[in-house]
Design a protein around this ligand. Structure first.
Ligand code: HPA
Length: 274
């Protein structure tokens, strides 16, 4: 049973970190992994050691939890997440999030790199996610429902917490810049979208496209967690500029924005209403 596995995973993490349970879980997207190395009093737990956790077989993949203090607050960071395009089921992609909730964590910050669909914006902009679109047929909640986690049919009207969005804007202002806000649309990847798909996304009201975050937000929503999502818009969506997309551009922009993104995350954590 899922709940039994989750309890074992959570108990294992607890055996490593003690009874002082982190208040906020942070999923570190591309370009933010460094933050996990900046925690004070860190405890690192490789995914491979946690019972039932999915384990990436990609060489060089840093798959571990980093638990410690950031801005004086106890946080748990996922350094490396699980993507659908790697071959994981959506259920496997959200298993860590469900584990965090069973561990006793109610707050979740999801970060990612995304393609920019809004033509008035630029690569390097940071966006608060206000809502999402998932047209992919699959759902992480497909299959038998785990009633201990939440109801079979659950509301998705406020997946991304309004108060936390305000906190994010205030944190950015304090750091001397402003955040975009908009709608993130999930694509399965690993291939980037076609120009027609990016036009479709825009026509549907999306501002960004990406390959993560939505499954995790759905799982968190079922469990009534408070969710904040922030995207680093690393490139213009396919077809907007007369140039092909490539992963290097995503990495380069991530690198260029890294300091601002990290400072933002720190400021948000210090202001996070608990
Ligand atoms: N599309 C999907 N995912 C992405 C992109 C993109 O253009 N850039 C970074 N992640």
């Amino acid at each position: 049973m899922l709940i039994d596995n989750l309890k074992e995973s959570a108990a294992f993490i607890r055996s490593r970190i003690g009874d002082d349970i982190p208040e906020i879980a942070i999923v570190l997207g591309s370009g933010l992994g460094d933050l996990a190395e900046q925690l004070s009093d860190p405890v690192y737990i490789p995914y491979s050691e946690i019972p039932h956790f999915p384990v990436s077989t990609v060489p060089g993949h840093k798959g571990r939890l980093a638990v410690g203090k950031l801005e004086g607050r106890k946080v748990l960071c996922m350094q490396g997440r699980f993507h659908y395009y790697e071959g994981w089921t959506l259920q496997q992609c959200v298993y860590p999030i469900q584990t965090f909730r069973v561990l006793g964590i109610w707050n979740l910050m999801l970060t990612n790199a995304a393609g920019c669909v809004n033509t008035s914006w630029q690569p390097g902009d940071l966006m608060v996610i206000t809502d999402h679109i998932k047209l992919m047929g699959d759902s992480p909640m497909r299959g038998a429902n785990c009633d201990e986690l939440g109801p079979r049919f659950f509301d998705m009207s406020h997946v991304y917490d309004r108060e936390l969005q305000k906190t994010a804007h205030q944190a950015a202002a304090k750091q001397g810049f402003s955040l975009r806000e908009g709608i993130y649309m999930l694509f399965g990847g690993p291939q980037f979208e076609t120009p027609a798909e990016v036009r479709l996304a825009r026509a549907l009201g999306a501002d960004a496209v990406g390959m993560s975050t939505v499954p995790e937000a759905i799982a968190a929503s079922q469990m009534s967690m408070k969710v904040l999502g922030i995207s680093c818009l690393t490139n213009m969506g396919a077809g907007i500029l007369d140039q092909p997309l490539n992963h290097e551009e995503v990495l380069e922009t991530g690198e260029r924005v890294k300091n601002r993104f990290q400072a933002l995350v720190r400021e948000i954590i210090s202001k996070w209403p608990l």
